[in-house]
Design a protein around this ligand. Sequence first.
Ligand code: KIV
Ligand code: ZN
Length: 512
Amino acid sequence: MNRKIIIFDTTLRDGEQAPGCSMNLQEKLEVAKRLELLGVDVMEAGFPVSSPGDLEAVKAIAGIIKNSAVAGLCRCVEKDIDAAREALSSAASPRVHVFLATSPIHMEYKLKMTPDQVLAQAAASVKYARKFCSDVEFSAEDAFRSDPDFVCKVFGAAIAAGAKTVNFPDTVGYAMPGEFGGRIKYIKEHTPGMEKAKLSVHCHNDLGLAVANSLAAIEAGADQAECTVNGIGERAGNASLEEIVMTLRVRKDYLKADTGIDTTQIYTASRLVSQVTGVKVQPNKAVVGDNAFAHEAGIHQHGVLVNRATYEIMTPESIGIPKNRMVLGKHSGKHALEDRLKDMGFSVDAKTLGIIFSQFKDLADKKKAVSDRDIEALVMGAAAAVPETWKLDDWAVNTGSALGASGTIRLKHKDGATQKEVSMGDGPVDSIFKAINNIVGKEPELELYEIGAITGGSSSQGETMVKICWDGRHYNGRGVSTDIVESSIKAYISAINAMEWELAAQKPEQEG
Ligand code: KIV
Ligand code: ZN
């Protein structure tokens, strides 16, 4: 009988706090829904006290998620725990996650606390959180660089105060797998009351060992693994959920452990996180990279054609990669599209289906055959879309080598008015972006502009990702079109809409 490993996903907290990975509320809700479909046991939705936006996001996620526990992170201080209490008040299964550093370097320089003070504060915070939440997790930040006996003592005190899970992070990604497994065994054997709580691990990837360390810990008896989709997270990231889960699935014969994850949801979860954060998955990334199931060498191709298992240890279908069938065209109806979406693992409401269908019709007019990747791009675009303050009405560019470029744009405001602007620029995209800025009346900094093709061939759709920064806040936008200038315009407008939406949401607070 395989042990069940608890999957604690922190894409929305540790992942989201990484530079360039921020998500707006709408995007966080979409990711949370995907994580629930994936079947994560716990999702850490944010750090409620860190900002009003984070508190609102945790609250909104707690309000819709029914099948996963929802966790809120807190330092070991009462005001953090009070914020988590408020944010998690409507959660079906709330978890309060408190953390305090235990390593000599963190205690001396960051906390300026003695070990005895840390011990007392950890226990007191767990006790405080337990007053309103039965599921409390305690993390010893930088546990791996801490004195193991001190961690055992702190964990023991946390468990005695009511912690149901104690988490052992390798916060700076310093451990080696064998060493980490040995440490977990030691902690399990020497923590007083360990039999009353689950032991968790949380590994960072600074040396590329986060997944290996998590698996070594599982082999040594850890009950829970903390991880993120695509391994996003602070610095080099966290342990990747898909790699841990698929290793456990493929090698359960050896590890004698598995998870409750529906692996066929992995691919869409990975794509969604990449789309909403604008952080691309490297092509050779294990499990979800574009090349993970590609076979280039002739000898490999021959083997795979005869029997896939010659060079594949898992199937693309097992992680939900849709077969790229050329199924739909301009005569396909809404039902055909809906059926295809279901086959691909997407369930969309009637309104979203209507939006996707009209975009699909436009696309089918331009392309002979619409592939699954094209459809997926439409779904991803619709899923996390914020309300449109500005809508693209029309555009034109004029460009040359010496004379530079001019761009003309006409946008429609949600109030109904249309505005037109013309601007010169350094190339067609720059000129159009400047014209858009003139209409919007703001000049955000363009932090990232990336363009790629969704499928091969010259009729492929261009997919553009942009990141803009305004007033210290970062906004992502994504656009898809058979014309690369238009996909750039759509991406820029979607980032502008994300900015306008957030600014509008802040207004009543500032005025009130
Ligand atoms: O890396 C870390 O130590 C953390 C803790 C807050 C769990 O993210
Ligand atoms: Zn972390």
